[in-house]
Design a protein around this ligand. Structure first.
Ligand SMILES: [Zn+2]
Length: 254
């Protein structure tokens, strides 16, 4: 009990293992140990291992897999392996086709990305201290795409839709995610609260005037309010720059 897959391999006599060949394609190589990238390599798999198990033991979470062929024919990742199998593992075709407007659940380490996706109008579940259990449950029950940099989290069986964000900087992360899922047609900027994910509704100045800082009350006329947390928003000094940035993101999706 408690043995990792590599330890398991060393304990199982070779006659109980199967010698197969793997080749990973495209961006899937990001997850492999350097000597295994962009080459075909032999691998010893346990007799009862599924493709999912072996592929994930090599480092690639199932959420990143587009399709697999075994000896040239498509194969489900729940299938077992046979001696001499030639296994080719392909990433998803980008952009990923979506049914309608996608929703997200975002790892606690990616708070800026969550805020930016909300800025673009996307329903993005985020709690800074949420643990893996909670993230996996929300993704599974609410059919939200899990965005994380935690490869181990993406290997959890219950996660159907997920993506390992590669970029380090939040602006680059947003560009990466909007391109991967071709989000531009669904952009609805400034319709969702960046703090709490609630929907924003226009509100008249007279309704909120008593809540505004004096300078804002004198200089601004258009306001919206979060229906969830009540926060008031207006077009501040950064608004034009943010619009320019959003247009750049939309252009990058074309
Ligand atoms: Zn709010």
């Amino acid at each position: 009990m408690g043995l990792g897959s590599r330890e398991f391999e060393t304990l199982v006599p070779s006659e109980m293992r199967k010698d197969v060949t793997f080749r990973f394609h495209g961006e899937l190589n990001d997850f492999l140990a350097p000597p295994l990238r962009n080459v075909a390599f032999e691998h010893l798999a346990g007799t009862t291992d599924t493709l999912k198990h072996v592929i994930e033991s090599l480092g690639v979470p199932h959420t990143e897999i587009g399709h697999v062929t075994v000896n040239g024919a498509p194969r489900d990742i729940s299938a077992q392996l046979a001696e001499g199998d030639d296994i080719q593992v392909f990433p998803h075709t980008i952009p990923i086709p979506l049914n309608g407007v996608p929703t997200f659940v975002i790892d606690g380490h990616l708070g800026r990305l969550a805020a930016y996706l909300r800025m673009l109008g996307f329903d993005s579940w985020y709690q800074r201290l949420a643990d893996d259990e909670a993230l996996a449950a929300v993704s599974s029950h609410e059919h939200r795409i899990l965005l994380t940099r935690d490869v181990g989290l993406l290997k959890r069986r219950e996660i159907e839709h997920g993506y390992c964000v590669r970029a380090d900087k939040p602006h680059d992360q947003l560009r990466e995610v909007t391109r991967r899922f071709a989000l531009a047609p669904h952009f609805a900027p400034f319709t969702r609260c960046m703090d709490c994910n609630g929907p924003l509704m226009p509100v008249s100045k007279s309704e909120v005037a008593h809540l505004l800082p004096p300078h804002t009350r004198e200089t601004k006329n258009e306001f919206s309010r979060c229906l969830n947390c009540g926060k008031i928003f207006w077009r501040g000094s950064h608004h034009a720059r943010m619009l320019g940035w959003i247009q750049d993101l939309a252009n990058a999706n074309l």
